[in-house]
Design a protein around this ligand. Structure first.
Ligand code: ADP
Ligand code: MG
Length: 132
């Protein structure tokens, strides 16, 4: 599937929210649209807070309006050792109400369940190619 614009990426995220897995891993270069996807996903989950990139804080958490879980958005960019963040991730994975989205998850790959969904976003001439 080719996503032709930022708006289409937001729509894709919003649609994805209707039937989402617990764990979503996002793969793609800087600027590919990973965080844009999360913004759409959050909208589809009825989260009203603005989603901002967690690149400096590593993780950001947003309460889900329909249960007591959270959408937790991680960005492990350039982190070779996740340290305490791996405990935080393991704790958040243990609550089945939480929805976990991870950018640059290589350093925590061993903690992620094998039944996660990986969304790869590639640049192409015509737009962003999505591979599930
Ligand atoms: P990442 O989190 O992968 O580094 P971001 O989502 O933060 O990327 O940024 C993607 C940028 O690319 C945004 O500024 C967005 O407006 C722009 N953009 C242009 N075309 C697209 C597209 N087809 N899909 C997603 N983002 C796009
Ligand atoms: Mg990002």
């Amino acid at each position: 599937m080719i996503i032709h614009s930022e708006q289409e990426m937001l729509d894709f995220g919003r649609q994805f929210a209707k039937n989402h897995p617990q764990v979503i891993e996002l793969v793609g270069d800087v600027g590919a649209g990973k965080t844009t996807f999360v913004r759409g996903l959050a909208e589809g989950l009825d989260i009203k807070q603005p989603i901002t990139s967690p690149s400096f804080t590593i993780s950001k958490s947003y309460a889900l309006p329909h249960n007591n879980g959270h959408l937790i958005h991680y960005d492990f960019y350039r982190l070779t050792d996740p340290g305490l963040m791996s405990e935080d991730l393991a704790e958040n994975l243990a609550n089945p109400h939480n929805i976990i989205v991870i950018e640059w998850g290589e350093s925590v790959a061993n903690l992620l369940p094998t039944d996660r969904t990986t969304i790869t976003i590639n640049y192409t001439e015509n737009g962003r190619e999505i591979i599930l």
